[in-house]
Design a protein around this ligand. Structure first.
Ligand code: NCD
Length: 311
């Protein structure tokens, strides 16, 4: 593995499998009364978030703390970024403070690579613009494998605002690498041109994927990123693409419903489906902890055998 985790594209199948296996080893820690192992004791992890986040930031913070690292949280809105400090100077400040890891979320695609050039810290991409969100894809793979036992040969449909979604992009790369079949379902305005070249089938209506979809992965309509409205209305989106009990009943029995969050109830997912038994959103969040622990641990070297990390 590289020293940084910025793009799924830089991981091969073996790296992904190693991260998923290490995550499985860390699962046991979540059930302990004292949820802490010393693997990263004395290391400093900075979460550098220039965009809002609930799950990703808290998950990285907790994952680092469970590995005994010291964590500094930076939120752009309460930092010197509002006084005009550049990304470069912010990164140099983190370097001077002795950061060993920087987890970065930024509106600009490519910001993590830029930060990685400013120091010898390890950089993990927590979501960059329309680029990638690698740890989200890894936790999604882990959640699918946990439930279905494999990734190879599965039919995974990603439905929603694919054009604005770094989560979709990382998942397309990751699922393809692991041998799953990816189908994208969205109105044409929410699909980037030539997206099928990334290795995915494209459909404009959910009807086309009802019978043999193993995993239905829903995405939020990202109104905050849209320059022009891509839809007549959210109501129309909900009518055509929103997953409610009725639409879900037309899918294969036991289809896994997933969503990276934040969900918009009543738009891409109804209340009953969001709270129903086919939905794995909470499992995704919980698994995000162990997957991020595994990434932090393996980037640090992870030289010891996997089981030694939990003793
Ligand atoms: C996503 C993100 O920010 O990329 N959320 C997440 O990290 N779980 C998706 C989104 O904002 O819709």
């Amino acid at each position: 593995m590289d020293r940084n985790l910025i793009r799924i594209r830089s991981l091969d199948r073996e790296d992904i499998t190693k991260i998923l296996e290490q995550s499985k080893v860390f699962l046991e820690i979540l059930d302990r009364p004292i949820k802490k192992v010393p693997a990263l004791r004395g290391k400093v992890v900075v979460t550098l978030f220039f965009e809002p986040s609930t799950r990703t930031r808290m998950s990285f913070e907790l994952a680092a703390k469970m590995l005994s690292a010291d964590v500094l949280n930076f939120a752009a809105s309460t930092s010197s970024a509002v006084k005009g400090e550049s990304l470069k100077d912010t990164a140099l400040t983190m370097k001077a403070l002795g950061a060993d890891y920087i987890v970065v979320r930024h509106t600009h695609t490519g910001a993590p690579e830029f930060i990685a050039k400013q120091g010898d810290f390890r950089v993990i991409n927590g979501g960059d613009g329309f680029g990638e969100h690698p740890t989200q894809a890894l936790l999604d793979l882990f959640t699918i494998r946990q439930k279905l036992g494999r990734l190879e040969g599965l039919n995974v449909a990603i439905m929603g605002d694919i054009a604005h979604s770094r989560v979709a992009r990382s998942n397309i790369f990751a699922l393809n690498k692991m041998g799953a079949n990816v189908r994208l379902v969205a109105p044409p305005t929410m699909l980037p041109v030539n997206i099928e070249k990334l290795g995915a089938e494209v459909h404009y209506r959910p009807d086309a994927i009802l019978e043999d979809t193993d995993v239905l992965y829903l995405l939020r309509v990202q109104t905050e990123r849209q320059k022009d409205s891509l839809l007549p209305s959210l109501k129309e989106y909900a009518e055509l693409f929103g997953v409610n009990g009725d639409l879900l009943s037309k899918f294969k029995k036991d289809v896994m419903v997933m969503h990276p969050g934040p969900i918009n109830r009543g738009v891409e997912i109804s209340h009953d489906v969001a709270d129903g038994n086919d939905t794995y959103i909470e499992e995704q969040v919980r698994n995000g902890l162990v997957v991020r622990m595994a990434v932090l641990y393996l980037l640090e070297g992870g030289k010891e055998a996997a089981h030694e990390a939990v003793s």
